[in-house]
Design a protein around this ligand. Structure first.
Ligand code: NAD
Length: 288
């Protein structure tokens, strides 16, 4: 494959940025990759494992001369990072982000955008419960969706070029309005993560079952369902604080459904439970 961007700057060197670095290198998609993370320990690790061509000690130095800048920090840090790098961006550069929430990132980033710089918000629907500079791998995005939420005035050529990079990293792209993205993700990702965190909390608080028993006898239900509760606390704190409305909407609906099932169990209403599970099984089996 051929180079799509001459200089790509990665701000934040965790799972997503690291996976992008690996994927871009594997495909020869970037001339040079520079990187920056706020913590010096992360920068040292990134240097040690050769994650980027150059790991810089400031965000300003990282983005200087870059034709693509990727904001790969927790959602709550996007605005401050953008304010810091704005004066140092090259004219005509494209900025994208990989945040799990889109509208709040747009609200935080857009006010700092210099004229002539293209901002194309994005979200790869790919991840693991691991974080940090060592967590990334080249195939993370293979066959996964990468949603783009372009703004009405987004430059079509800049959008097509970013789309080409994402596709070359193995992902499939789709476009969505940011508020709709945030609602879809509240159902498919954000609420499930919160519920998984809660289930681990319930097990932790249960005095009559020991922590050892939970670990030792972790049946498929608990083990599979709570894997995502090992995900990075900072990232998830920010997701909930910045996708408040949609997440609360879904959690409200979830609670209502839970009460219905709770009542059916209490009343011994087998047919209702059976009907519910039959319907949801058919939906779940439709998801590969
Ligand atoms: P991570 O915890 O692995 O990495 C985050 C990186 O950002 C770290 O290198 C950290 O040092 C750096 N950082 C934090 N605050 C910073 C700041 N103010 N300035 C500079 N660097 C800073 O996280 P990740 O999983 O790579 O997530 C990054 C972004 O991608 C988040 O916005 C997250 O919502 C999004 N995302 C994550 C997943 C996932 O499953 N992990 C999936 C899709 C999108």
């Amino acid at each position: 494959m051929s180079v799509i961007y001459d200089r790509v700057a990665l701000i934040g060197l965790g799972l997503i940025a690291g996976s992008m670095a690996h994927a871009m290198r594997a495909g020869g998609l970037a001339g040079e990759i520079t990187g920056y993370a706020r913590s010096s320990a992360t920068r040292d690790t990134a240097r040690e494992i050769g994650l980027c061509d150059r790991v810089c000690d400031s965000a300003a130095e990282t983005v200087a001369g870059a034709d693509l800048v990727v904001l790969a920090v927790p959602v709550g840090a996007m605005g401050a990072v953008m304010a810091e790098i704005a004066p140092h961006l090259a004219p005509g550069a494209t900025i994208t982000d990989v945040g799990s929430v889109k509208q709040s990132v747009i609200d935080a980033v857009a006010p700092h955008l210099p004229a002539g710089v293209h901002f194309i918000p994005g979200h790869p629907l790919a991840g693991t419960e691991h974080s940090g500079p060592r967590a990334g791998f080249a195939s993370l995005f293979a066959n996964r969706w990468w949603l783009l939420t372009p703004l009405p005035d987004t430059d079509p050529a800049a959008l097509a070029r970013l789309d080409a990079l994402i596709t070359a990293m193995g992902a499939k792209t789709d476009r969505m309005e940011a508020p709709h993205h945030d609602l879809v993700l509240a159902v498919t990702s954000h609420a499930p993560h919160l519920i998984a965190y809660t289930m681990v909390g319930v097990a932790d608080h249960l005095r009559r079952v020991s922590g050892e028993e939970v670990i030792q006898y972790s049946a498929a239900g608990f083990r599979d369902f709570t894997r995502i509760a090992a995900s990075d606390p900072t990232m998830w704190r920010d997701v909930f604080l910045h996708n408040k409305e949609a997440t609360l909407d879904i959690l409200g609906r979830f609670t209502e459904e839970l009460f219905v099932l709770q009542r059916a169990i209490r009343m011994g209403d087998g047919p209702q439970l059976h009907d519910y599970f039959t319907r949801t099984r058919a939906i779940r089996r439709g998801i590969i």
